[in-house]
Design a protein around this ligand. Structure first.
Ligand code: SF4
Length: 332
C-alpha cells in the first residue's frame, strides 16, 4: 500500500470521526483484525543502549495479551490470536499480524526479514503492523520495508507519546520529538503507512497544552493515530511519582476525558484515522487514578455522543478557524 491511500479521507459509516473500520473497508474492502505477536525483541531503553529502566510508565506484561508468547513460533502465536478473536469478529474479517510488544525493528535487518516473513507466510495474514520506537529504524530497514510495502500492507506504528521534549524527558523516554518527526517523515516519504501513538495526561501537561499540540500532530504525515489516557500501573516508576506528587497528574473522570478528546478531534486533520482513544489492561494489573469499570466500546460511544451533542466532527474546528481544508503535509 502506498501514500496514495494514506492521504485519502474515505469514511462510509457516518461517524463524526475517521474510524479505523472505515479506513480498513477503504483499503481492504472489509473489516480487519490485528493479531498481536511477539518477536521476542527488547528495546534500547531497557538493554542499556539508551537506558536500563525503560520509560517510567512501561509495563509490558500489562500491555501484552496473554496469548502473545515470544517462546512460541510466530505461526502458532497467530493461530492462538485467531482462536481468541474467532467468536468476537465477523466471519469475513481479514487479519494483519501486529508486532506489538517492545520495539519491533530493534534487531539486525536479517533477523527482522526472517520474523516478518514468518508472519507473512501464514495463510490468513494480509499485511503487517509493526510497533516500534522512532530511534529504532534506519535507512536500510526502511528501504527494506518500503520494498515489502510494494507487495503487501505495511504500517509502522511509532511510539511518539508526546510532542513535548520536556514531557519525553519526564518519562525517561530516551529520545526527543525531533527523532519522532524524522522517523515519521522518512517512513512516509518511502510510501510506507505510518501510525503515531500518543499518551494523554503525562505529568505537568494541562488540557490546554494537549489541545494546542494537535497542531504539531497535524504537521506530521501520519495515516493513523492512537490516543490513550496515561495508565499508572502498580510497580512502575510512574506509580511512585504519582504517590509522591499527585498534583502533577491529570485527574480526569471519563466525562472530562471525553470532553478533551472531542476537542482534540475537532482540531485533528480529518484525513487522519483515529484508531484508539483508550487503553485497557486486565483487572489484575491495578492502576491508580483512572476509571476501571468502563470499557473501550463505552468510551467510543460517549465520544460519538458528545461530538453529536456539540454538532461537531473531526477537523471542524480547523475549517471554522481557517475556512480551508487542512492539507496532509507534503514530504520531500
Ligand atoms: S514503552 Fe516501549 S520503549 Fe519504553 S521501555 Fe517500554 S518497551 Fe521500551
Amino acid at each position: 500500500m502506498t501514500t496514495e491511500s494514506r492521504s485519502e479521507f474515505h469514511t462510509d459509516d457516518n461517524r463524526p470521526y475517521y474510524s479505523y473500520g472505515a479506513y480498513c473497508r477503504f483499503i481492504f474492502g472489509r473489516q480487519m483484525q490485528k493479531l498481536p505477536v511477539s518477536a521476542g525483541f527488547t528495546c534500547p531503553n531497557r538493554d542499556g543502549t539508551k537506558g536500563t529502566g525503560g520509560c517510567s510508565f512501561c509495563s509490558n506484561d500489562a500491555f501484552t495479551p496473554s496469548y502473545c508468547d515470544a517462546r512460541q513460533p510466530i505461526a502458532r502465536q497467530l493461530d492462538a490470536a485467531m482462536a481468541f478473536y474467532s467468536r468476537r469478529i465477523r466471519p469475513d474479517t481479514g487479519f494483519l499480524a501486529y508486532f506489538q510488544p517492545f520495539s519491533n525493528t530493534y534487531a539486525p535487518l536479517e533477523e527482522l526479514e526472517r520474523r516478518y516473513a514468518e508472519a507473512l507466510a501464514h495463510p490468513h495474514i494480509e499485511g503487517l503492523v509493526i510497533a516500534t520506537r522512532p530511534d529504532c529504524v534506519d535507512e536500510r530497514k526502511l528501504d527494506f520495508l518500503a520494498e515489502l510495502a510494494q507487495q503487501t500492507y505495511i504500517c509502522i506504528e511509532y511510539g511518539i507519546e508526546s510532542t513535548s521534549d520536556a514531557a519525553l524527558r519526564a518519562v525517561n523516554r530516551g529520545h526527543d520529538f525531533a527523532a519522532a518527526r524524522r522517523a515519521v517523515e522518512q517512513t512516509a516519504r518511502r510510501g510506507i503507512t505510518v501510525g503515531g501513538h500518543f499518551i494523554l495526561g503525562l505529568p505537568d501537561e494541562p488540557d490546554e497544552t494537549l489541545l494546542d499540540r494537535v497542531r504539531t500532530i497535524n504537521s506530521l504525515p501520519l495515516t493513523t493515530v492512537k490516543f490513550h489516557q496515561l495508565q499508572i500501573l502498580d510497580g512502575t516508576r510512574m506509580a511512585a511519582l504519582y504517590d509522591d506528587h499527585p498534583e502533577r497528574f491529570r485527574h480526569w473522570s471519563a466525562e472530562t476525558y471525553i470532553e478533551l478528546l472531542a476537542e482534540m478531534l475537532r482540531r485533528l486533520r480529518p484525513d487522519i484515522v483515529v484508531e484508539r482513544i483508550v487503553n485497557q489492561t486486565p483487572p489484575r494489573f491495578r492502576s491508580r487514578g483512572s476509571w476501571s469499570n468502563l470499557r473501550s466500546g463505552d468510551l467510543w460511544r460517549m465520544l460519538e455522543k458528545r461530538l453529536l451533542e456539540k454538532k461537531a466532527h473531526q477537523g471542524d474546528f480547523l475549517y471554522l478557524c481557517n475556512n480551508v481544508r487542512p492539507q496532509t503535509p507534503e514530504i520531500h
